[in-house]
Ligand binder design. Structure first.
Ligand SMILES: CC(C)(COP(=O)(O)OP(=O)(O)OC[C@H]1O[C@@H](n2cnc3c(N)ncnc32)[C@H](O)[C@@H]1OP(=O)(O)O)[C@@H](O)C(=O)NCCC(=O)NCCSC(=O)/C=C/CC(=O)O
Ligand SMILES: Cc1cc2nc3c(=O)[nH]c(=O)nc-3n(C[C@H](O)[C@H](O)[C@H](O)COP(=O)(O)OP(=O)(O)OC[C@H]3O[C@@H](n4cnc5c(N)ncnc54)[C@H](O)[C@@H]3O)c2cc1C
Length: 645
């Protein structure tokens, strides 16, 4: 099963080897539990481990293999970030996709060798979503052939970039490019920020950390201001865009080619989110198979809480989603790599498809992941609320994904633009022009679903029902938009009056894609034992997901109430059927205890002993009487006693 999760036995077994190797290297382990450390201690600890990784990486992984490096980072550095997180996640991808060969030779090679540390500085205090209104300006000075970076007001301060605050000495900075008074929109520049020897901020740079966040606090998200700060013309990233010495602008082959670093993260984060969801579910499912509370049969001992149907309903659909997301994530990464290669040859035709797909997936997956993690925490009762479970930290890190790389409700609208265009083609009788991702929009629906009238598994009928719902909602939302426009609204006003409906269409389209990705993967599985278990999980998934959106199919009679009853019964049936495999389904992700960092979710199942040992190690228990008691509480009680006398 691990080979299914990790798209092949090769990587699945490499993960095992890497974990086994690390188990023998105590210097790579957390020196104490992360919840017992201050933010400063965590940053220090993470930097210590980064140095070790740099030194010994070649002994443990193939450093050219991104997935091996990812696993090494998960084991050693964990999810709370590290001082070079953005270096790998965005700085290197931005240089790879946007720097010219000459620029890559100068900077990318140094970045890969970790001679310099970089980040991606785009968001500002006043603007994150609306990139066209960023306020940092890069004005071209033809005389000196330099760009002058400037922060004209407080809202133009870069705000949020990860590792900008304290760690990075370079950044790919996004700024509005002005040449001879003309605004050429957001462009990307390679900018030195700190002295390479002293790490002191360079003259003209104001820089620092923005303070603690909900989670992800090892990352020093930062602020950055420029005071007429000059960089050479050749620091504009020029793989696709160019500015000649005389200020002539050479247009890129696609207007949004500069957004590639964001698309890179959106493509990869689907898998990252699946893994965080699987972390939380591993903890909650293991704990639920140890925790005994209450009886189902009063003549019998107390049961494991995993026997309760409500507990199964709380956890198992999310287990199915974690599998669905990891399968969909593998597809987005493949598509991203293909688009990257095609862009190199000047073919930008798939960029719109990739942008639409990743915008929708990023939004739906992060939202459902956060929901699933929070349910997993609640499934652990009181112990879920303790940081010993580590689920609150997992939630805090994962939920950030709903905001970063494009706020979810905004990104759903990006997909909606694509869907509306496709709906326009359908209306114009040009369905043959629809791409494979939206071809279903041009198909004719059956009048009713055949879900309970075909032999099992009948996935095709479920897919058809999802397609019917997504198609209906897309065409309806587009019609709403066109209707407002026909009545005289501008496209923008009409768009704003239709966005709730448009975003619904985007969610349904994306959920259909996820179901299809799951079906595609299960169909490929050769081993009959694996296929059976995955088929059960897929059945659970399609029934749960369809129930969640059934209103769309009920309102036009595509599904009847008796079919809805059938779907519900199927759901309950598969909850019970999956129960014996539940722990194996989470164990198949093969997370080591080190990687999970959860006292509650350890593989040994010795929950109570482990919790007690953890509590005893809490810094507060180092002494019996705290200084705060000596200083305040004792005098308070003493004066209260004295006043009573
Ligand atoms: C919301 C966005 C996309 C709007 O951008 P804007 O330039 O204003 O778009 P327009 O309205 O002019 O044009 C829309 C048009 O462009 C197409 N398009 C947009 N992006 C892409 C793309 N990447 N690839 C291909 N095509 C693209 C779009 O499809 C439309 O096409 P039409 O044919 O329909 O016209 C933009 O402002 C945006 O992306 N905002 C979100 C900002 C964001 O994601 N920031 C991330 C900062 S980095 C970060 O968060 C890091 C986190 C840490 C970590 O990852 O660990
Ligand atoms: C943990 C974390 C790490 C980050 N790391 C980085 C980084 O490394 N580099 C970097 O540059 N940035 C980074 N960011 C910033 C992040 O990319 C932005 O916060 C994000 O893109 C959202 O933009 P915003 O903050 O401007 O939100 P806003 O756009 O102000 O959103 C506020 C609300 O307005 C709504 N809204 C906005 N525009 C529209 C619209 N057109 N239609 C309808 N509703 C709208 C949104 O849906 C939301 O409800 C990070 C953020 C976080 C939380």
């Amino acid at each position: 099963m691990a080979a299914q999760i990790y798209s092949g036995e090769k990587y699945a077994s490499r993960r095992r080897e890497i974990s086994a190797n690390l188990a023998k290297r105590p210097e790579f382990h957390d020196s104490k539990p992360l919840p017992f450390m201050t933010r400063e201690e965590k940053i220090l600890e993470s930097s210590r481990k980064l140095t070790l990784i740099s030194k010994h990486m070649n002994e443990i992984i193939d450093p050219s293999d991104k997935r091996e490096l990812y696993h090494l980072n998960c084991e050693v550095l964990g999810i709370e970030g590290n001082p070079m997180a953005l270096h790998g996640d965005m700085f290197i991808p931005a240089l790879t996709a946007q720097a010219s060969d000459e620029q890559q030779e100068k900077w990318l090679s140094r970045a890969l060798r970790r001679e310099i540390i970089g980040t991606y500085a785009q968001t500002e205090l006043g603007h994150g979503t609306n990139l066209r209104k960023l306020e940092t300006i890069a004005t071209y000075d033809v005389d000196t052939q330099e760009f002058v970076l400037h922060t004209p007001q407080i809202t133009a301060l870069k705000w949020w970039p990860g590792n900008l605050g304290k760690s990075s000495n370079y950044a790919v900075v996004v700024a509005l490019m002005i040449i001879k008074g003309k605004n050429y929109g957001p462009q990307t520049f390679m900018v030195p920020l700190r002295d390479e020897k002293t790490h002191q901020p360079l003259k003209g740079i104001t820089i620092g950390d923005i303070g603690p966040k909900l989670a992800y606090n090892i990352v020093d998200n930062g602020f950055l201001g420029f005071d007429h700060y000059r960089i050479p013309r050749t620091n504009l990233l020029m793989r696709h865009t160019r500015v000649e010495p005389d200020g002539t602008f050479v247009k890129p082959p696609h207007a949004k080619i500069n957004y590639s670093a964001m698309v890179h993260v959106r493509s990869y984060m689907i898998t990252g989110q699946a893994i965080m969801l699987a972390y939380a579910l591993t903890i909650a499912t293991r704990y639920s198979s140890v925790r005994r509370q209450g009886q189902i049969d009063t003549t019998q001992p107390e049961v494991k809480v995993l026997e309760y149907q409500t507990q199964q309903h709380r956890l198992f659909p999310s287990i199915a989603r974690a599998y669905a997301f990891v399968f969909a994530g593998a597809e987005t990464v493949r598509l991203y790599e293909r688009v990257l290669q095609e862009v190199e040859t000047g073919n930008v035709s798939l960029m719109a498809d990739l942008h639409a797909l990743t915008s929708g997936l990023k939004s739906v997956v992060t939202h459902q992941t956060a929901q699933g993690i929070e349910q997993a925490r609640m499934a652990c009762g009181g112990h879920g609320y303790s940081q010993a479970s580590y689920i609150s930290e997992i939630f805090g890190v994962a939920v950030g994904g709903c905001t970063y790389e494009g706020e979810n409700l905004v990104m759903l609208q990006q997909l909606a633009r694509y869907l509306v265009k496709s709906a326009g083609l359908v209306q114009a009788g040009q369905s043959s022009k629809l791409g494979p991702l939206v071809a279903y929009l041009g198909a004719k629906s059956d009048s009713t679903s055949l879900i309970d009238r075909t032999p099992t598994p009948g996935f095709a009928e479920y897919v058809k029902t999802f397609q019917h719902i997504a198609r209906k909602q897309t065409l309806k939302a587009a019609q709403k938009l066109f209707g407002f426009m026909e009545k005289g609204d501008t496209r923008e006003v009409a768009w704003n009056k239709s966005t709730v409906e448009l975003n619904r269409a985007s969610r349904l389209h994306t959920r259909l894609y996820i179901v299809e990705a799951f079906v595609r993967r299960v169909e490929e599985v050769a081993d009959p034992r694996l296929k059976e278990v995955l088929t059960d999980l897929l059945r659970l998934h399609v029934n749960y997901e369809l129930l969640d959106v059934a209103a769309y199919a009920l309102e036009d009679g595509f599904l009847s109430s008796s079919q809805l009853d059938y779907i519900r019964e199927q759901l309950y049936f598969y909850l019970a059927k999956i129960r014996p495999n539940a722990v194996s389904l989470v164990d198949s992700w093969e997370f080591s205890d080190r990687e999970l960092r959860s006292v509650l979710g350890r593989r040994d199942g010795n929950v109570y002993e482990n919790l007690f040992a953890w509590a005893k190690a809490s810094p507060l228990n180092k002494t019996d009487v705290l200084p705060s008691v000596d200083k305040y509480l004792k005098p308070l009680m003493e004066s209260a006693r004295a006043s009573k006398l």
